[in-house]
Write a protein that binds this ligand. Structure first.
Ligand code: SF4
Length: 258
């Protein structure tokens, strides 16, 4: 198999529960990139990708999936991605990371897709709708599409725009709330206020999408732990998201907070 024939871009991270999802990169890195505790995209420049580039990536992922199905038939697995097929792809040289990640996705059959990187709602609504519709028609088996977004970006979208995005195929948005305490948001350079976090969360819910909010225990340190906890609870109660996930503060030497 010529693994150089098809390839597509993938970004550095996804939420823990999207480990077995197909990862498609719509934008590169983070348009804000200033949060003091965040190591992920530092020293990497944000850029939008064109709709044509993203569609080409979706087609490449589909071509890889089709090749894997053909390989499965050759191996006597009737087009299914079985233990035998996936171990063939992971143990033989000549299969790129793209082939391995599509093979793992087909093997686990999650039918889920996560759109990378940090803030895809920064795309023009028409472009995002176009890409989502293309993704859904290219992979009709996909049953859930999710993405990261910043609250500051979500508040700039109208409810009507968010409904269009949901109808085109985006089911869930993951937002890094971190804290609902304004002095802490400011100290950490999160670039958003608690009021904007509430407005964004409520808009996502009102548009009919699922919402996952990430809270960062430990971010308040010894001085602000109590306000951090109380105001985070206050904000979450106003939003009432579908999921609340905890991702405790870590301060490795590569983050500005260190
Ligand atoms: S908005 Fe998210 S990805 Fe961007 S710097 Fe802040 S925490 Fe990191």
């Amino acid at each position: 198999m010529d693994d150089r024939q098809y390839s597509f871009e993938q970004g550095p991270i996804r939420p823990p529960n999207e480990a077995r999802s197909l990862l498609m990169r719509l934008t590169r890195n983070c348009p804000w990139n200033k949060c003091l505790f965040c190591p992920v995209y530092k020293r990497r420049k944000f850029s939008l990708r064109t709709v044509a580039e993203i569609k080409q990536d979706i087609l490449s992922a589909k071509q890889i999936a089709d090749e894997i199905t053909r390989l499965s038939r050759q191996l006597g697995a009737a087009g299914k991605v079985t233990d035998q097929v996936v171990s063939h792809i992971f143990n033989q040289s000549g299969f790129s990371d793209n082939y391995r990640s599509v093979a793992a996705w087909l093997y686990y059959r999650t039918d889920a897709c996560f759109l990378q990187d940090a803030d895809n709602l920064v795309m023009k609504t028409d472009d995002l709708v176009d890409v989502l519709a293309f993704l859904r028609s290219t992979f009709p088996q996909i049953s859930r599409v999710t993405t990261y977004a910043r609250s500051r970006t979500v508040v700039r979208k109208s409810i009507d725009a968010l409904i269009r995005i949901r109808e085109a195929g985006l089911d869930r948005i993951h937002i890094g709330l971190e804290t609902g305490h304004d002095p802490l948001l400011k100290l950490m350079k999160k670039g958003v206020t608690a009021a904007q976090q509430i407005e964004a969360g409520q808009k996502v819910v009102a548009a009919g999408m699922e919402l996952s909010e990430y809270v960062m225990p430990g971010l308040g340190g010894q001085q602000m732990w109590e306000e951090h906890a109380r105001n985070t609870a206050r904000v979450l109660n106003k939003i009432n998201p579908h999921f609340i996930r905890l991702r405790s503060l870590r301060v490795p030497s590569r983050v500005p907070l260190y």
